[in-house]
Design a protein around this ligand. Structure first.
Ligand code: AGP
Length: 606
């Protein structure tokens, strides 16, 4: 979603800002802009990609300080005027803003009454004008921002530059901002990835923080004018390359990174001697695990699909009631929170607003939440304080692939850990450990021999809709396959537990309708086979994901086999051909694989 990058220091700001924007591109956006100060403040903004902004910039823009933005439209259409940065009426203040100002309408009206003309339809623009109005009182930028934000209701990550002052003032409430401290230079970004090229020394602003940056200093305070307790930290070296390298798309690169990502996730977290998982970051003793009354997992999109798999594994191995919830629904249903229950927030970005709100609801009601998070130091990782980092490395394609696999792997290890504390034998634990250790190699061997993916693409690429079916642990895999194909190839997809197909979705089938079945060799396979027969009888074309050497292959029109694996771990194999079908279909249809329309990598609004 929207991204912010800012710079103040000895170098020309514009190339640094453009490179910062380029690194924020993966988040998803529809327009970009930057402002550079050199006496006056020059603003350039444009609908489209960073490259289109680059094309309208003059050869050189003099100035050692500036702010830049990628916008994902919420209030107001996708237009140049609505793009950020936004200047104030007299041009003394220029801002970029992430988040939503909820009382913008009221603030607009009062600005109008005072004779201020707003030029955009955004909620953000009001902040520029109010800061300018406040600045006229005492010419103190920090106080002006503080007083302005006290009049606003909503969420913000905001950066402001001033025509008459050499500083950047920024503030956070609900939208992440991270200060990067260089030598005689400072950076500000909404995403740590964009900072790593410049510095590892960072300060994650907390909600309610306000910071004033010069090239050589950072002054932290709070919105109320007190001292901030926020401290600096060193960014961990993310394993994995965040650049494209020789791959045509990030999505393909990330699909291929899955074996190594899985190795990073499980490394050092399996205890063969005890036949258990060893997730130290959870800070949960076997005694504590034995007393847990139930488990709830929360997530959105792909993370929710991974949570559903985690739910099945935990229930199966620990015999404990477990529920998976869509975060955006959770808090609005006034959930009952048990203080001893375990709650997990599953998220790649660690910034998803719906999941953040669900966590706050649980915490407000006295519950604890553990994170299952990819991005180190993200808002959710910090809010939870305890949890499991899934160690996928940077994931840049909007369509999540390797993060899904690592979420499933991390939740499998947790299921094993809690299972051993309550229910399963050491032997069963060791079996699962053995299975998990084989997975990276098995995914690698599948990637070397992918089967007739392109034949599957031929069947789905022009379909009116595609039905994905699976049973048991493959039902959430079906959902994940449908989500992937829908989000990057824009084909309407439905996913159902296979047994439910005859209760409704079967009405959609006609001669040639593609149906993708996920049918690993587990205890529900024969039931899945019945659903295949029912589809075939209605003329459907069956794309079948199955285990190598399994006779069920006779049932498919296009059969894609994956190496056999421990039954409970089949999602880690069966999801890979689904990711590849989505990727190649999108490619075939000429879609922007890495940045599908309307979507954002991290969804920071509710
Ligand atoms: C995945 O392909 C999607 N782009 C999306 O559903 C995503 O999983 C969801 O927005 C949750 O994001 P998170 O994991 O960063 O919380």
């Amino acid at each position: 979603m929207c991204g912010i990058f800012g710079y103040i220091g000895p170098h020309q700001a514009s190339p640094i800002l453009l490179e910062g924007l380029r690194r924020l591109e993966y988040r998803g956006y529809d327009s970009t802009g930057l402002a550079v100060k050199n006496g006056a403040i020059s603003i350039y903004k444009k609908v489209g990609k960073v490259q289109q902004l680059r094309e309208i910039l003059p050869q050189t823009i003099e100035g050692n300080m500036g702010i830049a933005h990628t916008r994902w439209a919420t209030h107001g259409g996708v237009t140049d005027e609505n793009s950020h940065p936004h200047p104030s009426a007299q041009g003394k203040v220029v801002i970029v803003h992430n988040g939503i100002i909820e009382n913008a309408r009221m603030l607009r009206t009062s600005l109008n009454v005072q004779g201020v003309k707003l030029v955009s339809e955004t909620d953000s623009e009001v902040l520029a004008h109010i800061i300018e109005r406040e600045l006229s009182i005492d010419d103190n930028p920090e106080e002006a921002v503080r007083r302005a934000l006290r009049q606003a209701r909503g969420t913000w990550g905001i950066c402001a530059v001033f025509k008459d002052h050499d500083m950047i003032v920024c503030a956070r409430n609900g939208s992440p901002l991270i200060i990067g401290q260089g030598i005689n230079e400072m950076f500000i970004s909404s995403d740590p990835h964009a900072l790593t090229a410049h510095t590892q020394q960072v300060i994650y602003l907390e909600d309610g923080d306000l910071a004033t940056l010069t090239a050589t200093s950072v002054k932290l305070s709070t919105l109320t004018g007190g001292d901030s307790s926020t401290k600096g930290t060193t960014l961990e070296n993310d394993w994995g390359e965040s650049e494209l390298g020789d791959y045509p798309h990030f999505m393909l690169k990330e699909i291929y990174e899955q074996p190594d990502a899985l190795r990073h996730c499980i490394n050092g977290r399996l205890d063969r001697t005890r036949g258990s998982g060893k997730l130290g970051g959870l800070k949960l003793s076997p005694a504590a695990l034995a007393k847990v009354p139930h488990v709830r997992l929360l997530g959105c999109g792909t993370s929710y699909n991974a949570a559903e798999i985690g739910r099945l594994l935990i229930e199966k191995l620990a015999r404990i009631p477990t529920f998976a919830h869509i975060s955006s629904e959770f808090r609005h249903n006034d959930p009952v929170i048990h203080p001893s229950a375990l709650h997990f927030a599953v998220t790649q970005s660690g910034e998803t607003a719906d999941t953040l709100s669900a966590i706050k609801e649980i915490q407000l009601k006295g519950g604890n939440v553990h994170g299952v998070v990819n991005v180190v130091g993200s808002s959710i990782a910090r809010l939870c304080g305890r949890g499991v980092y899934i160690h996928s490395g940077p994931e840049q394609a909007v369509a999540s692939t390797k993060a899904f696999s690592n979420m499933v792997a991390a939740l499998s290890m947790f299921a094993l850990q809690i299972g051993r504390s309550r229910n399963i034998s050491k032997e069963r634990g060791v079996e699962l450990i053995h299975g998990l250790q084989q997975v990276p190699h098995l995914v690698e061997s599948y990637l070397e021999n992918q089967g007739p993916i392109l034949e599957a693409v031929e069947l789905v690429k022009n379909a009116k809709s595609v039905l994905f079916l699976g049973r048991g642990i493959s039902a959430p895999v079906a959902k994940e396959g449908a989500l992937k194909l829908m989000e990057i190839a824009y084909i309407p997809c439905l996913a159902y537990p296979a047994g439910e197909m005859k209760h409704g979705p079967i009405a959609l089938l006609e001669e040639g309708s593609p149906v993708i079945f996920i049918a690993p060799n587990d205890h529900v396979k024969t039931k899945t086979a019945s659903a295949i027969h029912e589809c075939r009888a209605r003329g459907a074309k069956i794309i079948l994901i199955h285990e190598e050497g399994d006779e069920i292959a006779e049932e498919g029109d296009v059969c894609i086999s994956v190496p056999p694996v421990h039954n409970l771990l089949s999602p880690l194999l069966t999801v890979v051909p689904l990711q590849l079908i989505a990727y190649h279909t999108a490619l075939e249809l000429g879609c922007d694989v890495d940045r599908p329309r309307n979507l954002a990598k991290s969804v920071t609004v509710e």
